[in-house]
Write a protein that binds this ligand. Structure first.
Ligand SMILES: [Ca+2]
Ligand SMILES: [Ca+2]
Length: 304
């Protein structure tokens, strides 16, 4: 690597040798920059546009104001171009101005839509996703968890999943040994959890949610159940009734070994304790029998 001729990809600031036994290199005649700001001044490379597609939208109106933002360093001769794309959707999306990060768009029919905002400076492009949920008229959401930011569990945790860290030791080459970590993270718009031989695997929300349950009788969730379970269960505590009790629960049917996500609407109005202010919510993936498999939770919300 000489004359600073090696350029890392945008966003990658360090170059690490992950294979020291099989790779080596030398450094010659490179200028050392103490900070990334000095490097940027000394070697002004074009950076990709910064794109933010705006917060996720839940509304019962068919017309939505999309609030994206785009910025670029302007280091290419070509103009910055912006476009909206529909990745998934229940129907048609009509953008008033598909080349503007801030625009109104019409969604028909109601349902879940996943949009992508792309910004391209002529050399590099980046994109960001936004979920738009157009609800039936009159439906409003009191609390929602979308799991659309990578690694952000939005206060939820997985409990008693039964999974373990596994290590494979190569008999000759220690560098070829591997460690397998249990799956329990948010990526690609989903909260993914692996379960292994656990009778009590569950997802637990943050505590002290303080969600007003008056008139909010529905839990809606969209997820893929890739386990043999045919039933799952919500349990909850409220501010008036903060201890976990069997009565404060609702079991619902799920599709076992599902190859894709399904929508579930759970009617909580049949549970007398579902009133006042919600303190904590848990989703029992396993309900007493040992369970193995994976679950991919797309979103979960509480509505009227
Ligand atoms: Ca640029
Ligand atoms: Ca999601």
């Amino acid at each position: 690597i000489h004359d600073n001729g090696y350029v890392t990809l945008p966003g990658v600031e360090f170059f690490v040798n992950e294979a020291p036994k099989t790779t080596q290199w030398t450094l010659q005649n490179n200028t050392v920059y103490a900070t990334t700001a000095e490097l940027d001044k000394g070697m002004p490379f074009n950076g990709p546009p910064e794109v933010d597609a705006g917060p996720d939208v839940r509304t019962d109106k068919p017309t939505v104001c999309l609030a994206g933002t785009v910025r670029d360093d302007g280091r290419t001769a070509k103009p910055l171009t912006v476009r909206w794309e529909v990745l998934e959707g229940a129907g048609t999306v009509t953008f008033r101005d598909p080349a503007s990060p801030q625009t109104e768009a019409d969604f028909s029919p109601p349902g879940d839509y996943l949009l992508r905002l792309v910004a391209d400076d002529g050399e590099l492009w980046l994109s960001d996703l936004v979920a738009v949920h157009v609800l039936p008229p009159g439906v409003s959401v009191a609390a929602a968890w979308e799991f659309n930011k990578p690694l952000d569990k939005e206060g939820w945790t997985e409990v008693n999943t039964g999974t373990q860290l596994r290590e494979w030791t190569h008999p000759l080459w220690s560098a070829w040994s591997a460690i397998s970590h249990p799956v329990k993270y948010v990526a690609g718009g989903y909260y993914l959890v692996a379960v292994e031989n656990s009778p009590d695997a569950h997802l637990l929300s943050g505590d002290n949610l303080s969600v007003d349950l008056i008139g909010r009788k529905t839990i809606k969730l969209r997820f893929q159940n890739h386990t043999p379970a045919t039933r799952m269960r919500f349990r909850f505590t409220t501010e008036a009734d903060p201890a976990w009790q069997d009565a404060n629960s609702k079991t619902f049917d799920v599709t076992p070994n599902d190859n894709g996500p399904h929508d579930y609407t759970v009617d909580m109005s049949t549970v007398p304790g579902w009133t006042g202010r919600l303190k904590q919510l848990r989703l029992d993936l396993a309900t007493g029998a040992e369970l193995s498999g994976t679950c991919r939770l797309d979103y979960l919300w509480i509505s009227n």
